[in-house]
Ligand binder design. Structure first.
Ligand code: NAD
Length: 496
């Protein structure tokens, strides 16, 4: 059974002192599952000095669009350990995801999501599944930079950085090494996104070379996710960019038996947040039916993090005993293996009653060495300054009409330093030599290049933009076409 590698905060427990932690009880099922979790922690003798903060729906609706107030931030920066119940993001524009805000503001770059099965007591098609998903937590489309650019077209920027890839890939290998895991798999879609996902894959290979004793493999995310849903036992540790990790880790938790079982840790440098992987589940809130196990599992990771692995071990073994005795919440109740369906409170009571016991069929856990795990290095290789040259520009236009008409207008604004080379619509070349069958929107990417691939200046681009504006065309954005150390650093259009 996995435990967390330690990124111990300065306030790690000694055997006799309490560790300050910040707790948010959240929305929906949050208060019920947090109450159950804290009761188990207290009964097991966890040494915690709890500061409670308000975040989420109430705070959003009081006019705070981030869902969190200044005093809550102060508590988080003081304790540097956060046990958080799920929150509800109100519908409608203007409300930013609080989870994303907290992860990015506090630099919680690694989202660690262990998923194992408890067969035969929790029904699953995958009795031998025991994997850990390590999701990059700060980048990708979660930068949250979106724009409506034309009447018809909306854009979300996917940002992948070299330091971000290096930190998460190194974390994955450090995690595997610390936990005796044999293999790290990387999921990307680098057959399509050759620059962004290509970078993630390349850095995975580079960092992986530093770990000769760990097996490495890479899967394209679509077939990788299909294999995970079908044969999860073939995976061990899987690292991936943010969006894929979000989706795939919910699938992994669900096929292990219930999305209500899995906990996660969000790890940064000396600061960490622990939460269930699921949300606030409004349809079942306030009914004392939710499974508190996901949050409890997150709290176990927190106990290891703050240097109380003995308490984590005791709770985990009591939880396994409860599960194998068939005392189950509704989401994992099954006629064959359950003996009693219980509510959230009663489940916590059952775990508390079993403190001090070890499971007899499921494998008991041992956290004895958990505090010896190495500190995962968040370090990154200093980025070299590369020799950059701008050799063209993509100008995006909001325009309606036929591609050949646009091509003629753009030839008229071209000059010796920047000539129109190609127009695409949704990435498909429509000029020159486009097909009449190609469906076109009102969003055009117009590629201007220096014909001899020589470097151009910013003034060449602003001059071009002035001529485009004077021709009555509406440019909505530009992307420079660059080389770095002579290597092309942009995707090619068809036929280029
Ligand atoms: P959800 O995970 O809250 O719930 C989906 C369904 O899964 C529930 O209706 C329920 O049937 C089941 N479920 C979830 N947790 C369970 C548990 N502990 N025990 C038993 N069954 C459980 O997903 P959603 O409905 O898409 O999102 C609801 C709200 O939660 C949204 O406002 C969303 O933004 C928010 N959310 C918050 C977090 C977070 O705070 N970390 C994460 C995801 C979603």
């Amino acid at each position: 059974m996995s435990t967390m590698p330690s990124t111990k905060p300065a306030n790690s427990s000694s055997p006799h002192t309490s560790t300050p932690i910040t707790v948010a009880t959240g929305d929906g099922i949050g208060p019920e599952i947090m109450d159950a979790t804290l009761r188990v922690l207290e009964a097991a003798g966890a040494r915690l000095d709890i500061e409670k903060i308000d975040i989420g729906e109430k705070v959003y609706l009081s006019g705070q669009t981030s869902g969190i107030c200044a005093d809550a931030w102060e508590s988080l920066r003081r304790t540097r350990v956060f046990l958080k119940a799920p929150i509800t993001t109100p519908q409608g524009g203007g409300y930013k995801s609080l989870n994303v805000t907290i992860r990015k503001t506090l630099g919680l770059y690694a989202n660690v999501r262990p998923c194992s099965t408890y067969s035969p007591f929790v029904a699953t098609k995958h009795p031998n599944m025991d994997l850990v998903i390590i999701r990059e937590n700060e980048e990708d489309t979660y930068a949250g930079i979106e724009h409506q650019q034309t009447d018809e077209v909306y854009q979300c920027l996917k940002l992948i950085t070299h330091p971000g890839c290096e930190r998460i890939c190194r974390y994955a290998f450090e995690y595997a090494a610390a936990h005796g895991r044999k293999k790290v798999t990387c999921f990307t879609k680098d057959n399509i996104m050759k620059l962004t996902d290509g970078l993630f894959h390349r850095v995975f290979d580079e960092v992986g070379a530093e770990y000769p004793n760990i097996e490495k493999e890479h899967w394209i995310i679509d077939i990788g996710a299909a294999r995970l849903a079908d044969t999860p036992e073939m995976f061990d540790v899987i690292v991936m960019p943010n969006l894929y990790g979000d989706v795939v880790s919910d699938i992994a938790a669900q096929i292990s038996g219930s999305v209500g079982l899995a906990g996660s840790a969000n790890i940064g440098e000396g600061i960490a947040m622990f939460e269930a992987i699921h949300g606030s589940a409004p349809p079942i809130a306030g009914q004392n039916v939710a499974n508190p196990s996901g949050l409890l599992h997150a709290a176990l990771q927190m106990l290891v993090h703050i240097g109380q692995p003995d308490v984590a071990e005791s709770i985990h073994n009591a939880w396994l005993t409860t599960i194998e005795e068939g005392i189950h919440t509704f989401d994992i109740f099954n006629e064959a293996n359950s003996t009693k369906q219980v509510g959230t409170r009663e489940f916590a009571d059952a775990v508390i009653e079993r403190l001090g016991r070890r499971p007899s069929t499921l494998t008991p856990v041992s956290y004895a060495a958990a505090h010896d795990h190495p500190r995962p290095a968040g370090r990154v290789t200093p980025t070299k300054s590369l020799r950059k040259a701008t050799i063209g520009v993509d100008v995006f236009l909001h325009w309606r009409g036929q591609p050949n008409d646009l091509g003629a207008q753009l030839e008229a604004v071209s000059c010796d330093t920047l000539r129109i080379k190609m127009i695409t619509n949704r990435g498909v070349k429509v000029w020159p030599d486009g097909f009449s069958e190609t469906f076109c929107t009102d969003h055009w990417r117009c590629r201007f290049v220096q014909p001899d691939q020589k470097a151009i200046a910013h003034a060449d681009i602003t001059g071009l933009l002035n001529r485009i504006a004077e021709a009555g065309l509406d440019f909505i954005k530009t992307e420079n076409l660059c080389t770095f150390d002579g290597q092309r650093a942009y995707s090619l259009g068809q036929g280029e």
